[in-house]
Design a protein around this ligand. Sequence first.
Ligand code: ADP
Ligand code: MG
Length: 240
Amino acid sequence: MIRISNVQKAFGSVIVLKGIDLTIEKGELVCLIGASGSGKSTLLQCINGLEPIQGGEILVDGISVHDPKTDINKLRCKLGIVFQQYNAFPHLTALENVALAPRVVAKRSRAEARALAQKHLEHVGLGDKGDSLPSQLSGGQQQRLAIARALAMEPSYMLFDEVTSALDPELVGEVLETMRLLKSEGMTMVVVTHDINFARESADRVAFLCQGEVCEIGTAEEVIDHPRKEQTQKFLRREK
Ligand code: ADP
Ligand code: MG
């Protein structure tokens, strides 16, 4: 599981995370919602060890992300991450994009990496797109490619940062469908989203972040349908 305890994060003098406590259990899908600037992306970057923290601790399977003694590259293999902007290598085919990290980072043989890549392309519904360049794929397909790339490292956790926000509305569904599939297979997921309907339908728990704090947390029914805090109510009135 991922255990976040009293995490403090500042950029210079600007305090962005003010003592975040959050535990994500195995198999859980936790959605992070909140206004732009509330610290959602920063929190994901801290979980992944991409950003240092100034206080508190994040444990992934009991291993402290920010302990200098931790092998962060090894730990990062447990954490797949997908961003809003697709970031495939444009000169590599879809299959080569997915096979790259298994080859270079996990030191798999060329044949093994390609087989693994094909398996994960099929997993996200892109089994017939292996030879396509990213530019030949739709935005929805490119996001599914990004998911396949993350899955190819066989992570225990998947972190998603507004992966549908840059997509045309008609392409959002196929990406959410892929995320629901992962959830049904038991993947543990932390999903930053503005898609309140997705959070309502798919999240085991929803955390509402407000100015660097977890303002409210609970089931989707509790936080989205019956928010107790005024800030949550106000935010949801704007989003719905
Ligand atoms: P969200 O993802 O919820 O929109 P962010 O985590 O991106 O919020 O940002 C939280 C706050 O941290 C914002 O005020 C933002 O300007 C600031 N911030 C984020 N990244 C950086 C950075 N690399 N340097 C300085 N400030 C940053
Ligand atoms: Mg963000």
